[in-house]
Design a protein around this ligand. Structure first.
Ligand code: SAJ
Length: 465
């Protein structure tokens, strides 16, 4: 049996036996649910995060991710009594014994050294944009370098972080091969060949926080391997915890799949936002038009206009794609235009507030405006990239006395300003010269809001007309 066959065979045997030790790097809204899914599937799992407080919370069975209850987490947490030392933020190991060999459960650590005895490492670290809206891959590079240090024969590495096509092969692979600081074994300078000594793949995350119908286990998982052996190893691993695997021809195809999914949303949201502006100029009710179009049983998919696009995916992911295409001298026009339209919606709606106040003989300057809902979408507490923050900033710039109410978000900090949400909604509504509905949380009694608001601008069409 060739070396490749040996390494791959050994790995596949462990995967099929669910004894393969799986490391999940980055324990956020993607990594923690994934770690729990693999632990519940019977794999020994070790979560790695640079944040010791996350590590300690997990080892104490306290979940900080709303999709994973503490009870569900506690049910899979490793049994420290199994004599593998104190987990905490470090790893105590009995000599020669891997720290998780006898655990079919999850433990967490800040210590990357555990990778030396792990069979698979799945990287789920953030890939934000920097100030110039270009990809910020520093966390990905740091994680890759840490994995490289402990990369060993027979190990599978998978990247899940959303990123531009080519990242796995052009950025991560060289880092793994260089292996800065890797301990040499056997032949002195340990060089590892992808697809033979170790295996590399990309598999996009499809975690949608707050969703209870599509979870890690039942959401189809796209996987692209660097070589056929890499694809076989990665699909075998994911098949151990996830019902449907969708193999594609390369890591770049898998990277591009994710970007298509979220660019599709950004572009269609921008389209319906521009239709809202068109309907406004035509004197038409865009919501009537949108709801009527949605009755088409085929060839159409409903999107709704709003205050803009927030979240950690839709406003950011498409820019990873357009950035990559720029390096190939191509201008991704749809992405560019969608970004322009969506990011201009807060200004459009602040203009509507100005018009509404003018209607009652008031100027924005000096008027009290209450922003209702600041989370980026309803029934969650996440304000990342929320258009409400832009609405508030624009109103501040126009001299309004801005307040907000959001039962999910007690305080906000944005571009140097900090605010605490109003606690008494009825009082805040009655005191406002204008109320602007930005996030349509289900908990609001919209009829009561309409009754109490002297003047209202509704970006989500939830107020009774
Ligand atoms: N939005 C609109 N109109 C729409 C849909 C969304 O204005 O018709 C706004 C929302 O208010 C929000 C932003 O766009 O501010 C993003 O909304 P989203 O529904 O896309 O929610 P996200 O950002 O949580 O997107 C996630 C993504 N999931 C993953 O990347 C794994 C996305 O691919 C999912 O399709 C989406 O959840 C979902 O369907 O809930």
């Amino acid at each position: 049996m060739s070396q490749t066959m040996t390494e791959q065979h050994t790995l596949l045997v462990k995967i099929h036996a669910h004894t393969a030790q799986v490391a999940i790097i980055g324990l956020g809204y993607v990594g923690l649910p994934l770690a729990v899914a693999f632990a519940e599937a019977g794999f020994p799992v070790i979560g790695i995060d640079v944040d010791a407080s996350k590590v300690d919370a997990i080892n104490a069975g306290h979940s900080y991710i709303s999709d994973i209850s503490s009870a569900r987490l506690a049910a899979v947490i490793g049994d420290r009594r199994s004599g593998v030392g104190d987990w905490g933020s470090g790893i105590g190991k009995q000599a020669g014994q891997s720290p998780v060999a006898n655990l079919r459960s999850l433990i967490a650590t800040t210590d990357y050294a555990v990778l030396a005895t792990c069979d698979a490492a799945i990287i789920c670290v953030p890939t934000p944009l920097n100030k110039t809206r270009d990809p910020d891959v520093r966390y990905l590079i740091a994680a890759g370098e840490s994995v490289a240090r402990y990369l060993h024969p027979g190990m599978l590495v998978v990247l899940e972080s959303t990123t531009y096509p080519g990242t796995t092969e052009e950025l991560l692979l060289p880092i793994l091969q260089r292996g800065e600081g890797r301990k040499t074994v056997g032949d002195g300078n340990l060089t590892l060949s992808p697809g033979q000594d170790f295996f590399l793949a990309f598999s996009p995350e499809r975690i949608d926080p707050g969703r209870t119908d599509w979870m890690v286990e039942n959401t189809p998982k796209v996987v692209g391997g660097l070589t056929p052996a890499c694809l076989e190893a990665a699909t075998a691993l994911y098949r151990g915890a996830i019902q449907t695997i969708v193999p594609v021809s390369s890591p770049a195809a898998a990277e591009m799949t994710k970007l298509l999914e979220n660019t599709f949303r950004a572009v269609n949201i921008a389209l319906v936002n521009e239709v809202a502006i068109m309907c406004d100029k035509l004197g038409l009710d865009v919501w009537e038009v949108v709801n009527a179009a949605a009755t088409k049983p085929y060839g159409y998919m409903k999107f709704t206009p709003g205050p803009g696009v927030g979240g950690h995916c839709i406003p950011l992911d498409p820019h990873y794609l357009s950035w990559k295409l720029k390096t190939l001298n191509y201008n991704a026009r749809f992405i560019q235009l969608a970004g322009e339209i969506n990011s201009d919606m807060p200004r459009y709606w602040v203009e509507k507030v100005q018009d509404a106040l003018n209607e009652v003989g008031k100027a924005v300057k000096g008027s009290r405006v209450l922003v209702l809902g600041v989370a980026y979408k309803k029934d969650i507490d996440d304000v990342r990239e929320s258009p409400a923050l832009d609405v508030i900033e624009l109103l501040h710039q126009k001299g309004a006395d801005v307040q907000y109410h959001d039962p999910y978000v007690p305080t906000i900090h944005h571009n140097g300003f900090a605010m605490t949400g109003e606690l008494d909604l009825d009082t805040a509504l009655a005191a406002a010269d204008c109320v602007v509905v930005v996030t349509d949380h289900s908990c609001y009694d919209w009829a009561a809001v309409a009754r109490l608001a002297r003047c209202a601008v509704d970006t989500r069409s939830v107020l009774p007309t």
